[in-house]
Ligand binder design. Structure first.
Ligand code: PNS
Length: 167
């Protein structure tokens, strides 16, 4: 049987993206070179209360991935595997930063695979310069007016500054 090659595969990069960092962008960019299409899917309802609205999180992603033709930004409010089926996507792409990410990601990948055997999770090792980066750390730094220009694109840096401005 002829298996489809990865060149015809639709991949989904799911996440909260609150907000998008250079670490996310690195994974999205690298995934876009491997898969035919990459859908960046922003989770609507998370247990975490987001700093940025869904619209803001999507807008930042659109602004910073706009130059990559095979990347689309979308949102979902469902089990990830249901969304994958709806979008006819076969692969979930996740970035792994450190060993500490492994346990949670293993749990999610295993449960997703149990719920849907035809969807695979692919992991990419984060580039080393982003291995320490997370949206929550960036928010902590920005909250106290620390420099975040090395961690997030300029539109996000500005939005963080506005969000936490004391004026
Ligand atoms: O950026 P995050 O918050 O680490 O992303 C987590 C995300 C969105 C990938 C995960 O919470 C998810 O897939 N949520 C959708 C609901 C779902 O399918 N949950 C079961 C996973 S086993």
């Amino acid at each position: 049987m002829n298996k489809p090659s990865h060149e015809h595969t639709i991949a989904v990069c799911p996440g909260s993206f609150d907000p998008v960092t250079y670490g996310h962008l690195d994974i999205i960019q690298r995934a876009s070179q491997v898969f035919e299409k990459v859908i960046v899917a922003v989770l609507v309802n998370s247990s975490k209360t987001p700093l940025f609205s869904l619209q803001e999180r999507q807008k930042f992603l659109e602004q910073v991935t706009g130059h990559i033709p095979n990347v689309e930004v979308d949102s979902f409010d469902d089990l990830l595997i249901n969304y994958m089926k709806e979008r006819k996507a076969q692969v979930i792409v996740k970035g792994l930063r450190a060993v500490s990410d492994f346990e949670y990601e293993l749990q999610m990948a295993a449960l997703n695979r149990k719920m849907s055997t035809d969807i695979e999770t692919f992991f990419m090792m984060s580039s080393s310069q982003y291995s320490y980066l997370s949206s929550s750390i960036v928010k902590q730094i920005a909250q106290f007016h620390g420099p975040v220009g090395d961690f997030v694109p300029e539109v996000v840096e500005q939005a963080l500054r506005d969000k936490y401005s004391t004026r």
